[in-house]
Design a protein around this ligand. Structure first.
Ligand code: HEC
Length: 231
């Protein structure tokens, strides 16, 4: 009887949590595309940084990332010369910041382009969301939202950001390159949203390894201590 009750309780919990997540995803637009990113892949993160500085930084800042950080995080690991070239007159301790003022941003696009330092942590779907937005510019199937402002994955579909990778009108042979740029910059943004994630994961592995070893040692010790005791 007890077991039966327990099973019923567990079953109810599972059904509840499933319907919760089903509810949570309701109201969200189309299912997000999957971005192939690897936040330990230095080459991808660096390519993403280049897309960020060449394209996104025209409008967006990532002020939590300092020029020094670009040198110090091993996942980016730029040389001093590369950082100097990027920062120009800016101090090493400054965050990377667009030249576009908030007022000009709002005047030009109707919305202030948000700081992207933690956008991956702040939006459901994270890097997949960013990737989907970048490759989600389409023509409005209902013809209501003007060309260039319709995005399949943006809540409400009307986005103030002008199609940054020119996805809407791209030639078919450029699809792979644009997808790669979008994935790379999503990887960069995923990394900077939580720059210590790789360290934490590595530490977690060490801790688990240590606990396993400790368990083995203690078990051997127990066997040793009890070996002469009859039971
Ligand atoms: C020409 C200016 C401009 C450029 C270049 C630009 N953006 Fe934006 N971006 C905007 C504006 C404006 C918004 C605000 C959109 C809104 O709220 O409707 C925005 C919003 C966003 C959002 C947030 C959507 C949300 O959920 O709030 C993301 C993510 C984003 N941009 C990523 C990028 C990336 C990555 C790049 C570079 C590949 C980029 N943007 C380049 C202007 C720009």
């Amino acid at each position: 009887m007890k077991l039966k009750q327990l099973l019923i309780a567990v079953g109810t919990l599972m059904v509840l949590s499933f319907s919760q997540s089903a509810l949570a995803s309701e109201g969200h637009e189309a299912a997000l595309k999957h971005a192939k990113i690897d936040v330990t892949d230095q080459a991808q993160i660096r390519r993403g940084l280049t897309v960020f500085t060449d394209v996104c930084m025209g409008c967006h800042s990532a002020t939590y990332v300092t020029y020094k950080g670009l040198m110090d995080y091993p996942e980016i690991g730029l040389s001093r010369e590369e950082v100097d070239e990027l920062r120009g007159d800016h101090a090493m301790t400054e965050g990377i910041r667009t030249e576009l003022s908030l007022e000009d941003g709002e005047a030009s696009y109707g919305k202030v382009p948000p700081d992207l330092s933690v956008i991956v942590a702040a939006r459901r779907g994270g890097a997949n969301y960013v990737y989907s937005i970048l490759t989600g510019f389409e023509n409005d199937p209902e013809g209501k939202i003007p060309e260039g402002n319709y995005n399949e994955y943006f809540p409400g579909h009307r986005i103030a950001m002008p199609d940054p990778l020119a996805w809407l009108d791209h030639e078919p042979e450029d699809t792979a390159q644009l997808e790669k740029d979008a994935q790379d910059v999503s990887a960069f943004l995923a990394f900077i949203a939580d720059p210590h994630q790789n360290e934490r994961r590595a530490l977690g592995c060490w801790v688990l390894g240590f606990l396993l070893l400790l368990t083995l040692v203690l078990w051997r010790l127990k066997v040793e201590v009890w070996k002469d005791v009859k039971h």
